[in-house]
Design a protein around this ligand. Sequence first.
Ligand SMILES: Cc1ncc(COP(=O)(O)O)c(C=O)c1O
Length: 356
Amino acid sequence: MSWVRESLEGIEPYSPGKRASEVKRELGLDSVVKLSSNESPYPPVSAALEAIAGAAGTLTRYPAGAAALLKDKLRGLLGIPPAAIMVGNGSNELLRLLADVVLEPGDEVIAAAPSFIVYPMVARLRGATMVEVPLLGQAHDLEAMVEAVNERTRLIFVCNPNNPTGTIVSGAAVRAFLAAVPEDIVVCFDEAYHEYVTDPDYRTALEFRDEHPNIVVLRTFSKIYGLAGLRIGYGVAAPVIVETIDKVREPFNVNTVAQVAAYYSLEAQEEISARARENALERDFVEGELDVLGFGRAESQTNFVYFDCGGPAMEAFERLQRQGVIVRAFGRSRFIRATLGTRSENERLIAALGNL
Ligand SMILES: Cc1ncc(COP(=O)(O)O)c(C=O)c1O
């Protein structure tokens, strides 16, 4: 006899990796840089910090359940009606809710591999079957993903830019892909890192929504906005998807502090663009140094780099950690993902890699 669903037995819990303070204590290091979760090296924008402090006095009340002010701010910025906007406790929650409202047991879900680890998790929770399509040259192989479509396919994830490789698929490739995917299939574009993209061939999937109402676009305040600890993200989808998610989500899924911090962060677009420019400079610097060191790497359009460390990734991970640099290693592969930090953090990463 088991008290829990048998179908959940094979699922591994998400492993967030160690916090900088734990590594510092365990290894007796003076300082540690955490470059493992693609967080921002900068604090939240000052208007957000003020709003966070100001919101403390309102915490006796439940949050705004419909996040109406935040949705209105997003409407102003994106030109999208609030009926097509959803807000979640991180975009992670929206991934889970999307799977909840789209998938029946036995349905098929297509995603790239490797891509964001949460897609197979939410698919399996619904009893759906994950169909993973290998990357081609470290980027989504959209043509092969179209070929993987069959009558059981209900949902396709396109992580653009992709985590963990940092690569993008071009607007032209997305256009051709959407034209080939039947409209009864939901196509979710995860744009958690879109603010960092500098390649002019990139297009946000929001541009294709009028022609393809089956598109869902997810975004987050955890990356460039520096609000990972508050848990807030948003999505754009057909109103019927937003309404259905409203039926199944928790009534107060996004806390008050997160809502006001996100609202005021959106007003600081100039500061956010400056951070994106800074990130692009650091990306050029780190990629240049990786090339000098001879580590084969993917073309990043994000705030992280993905490279072949020349040996077992877990071993390299341990050796970097002993030097006070926490990165992400991918299982039994040779690939490491390192988040871009400030210049001095990046120099430390490069120096540690040089010692490998
Ligand atoms: C591709 C991708 N999507 C979604 C998320 C989740 O972001 P959030 O913090 O909004 O849940 C992440 C976070 O690492 C990510 O890399």
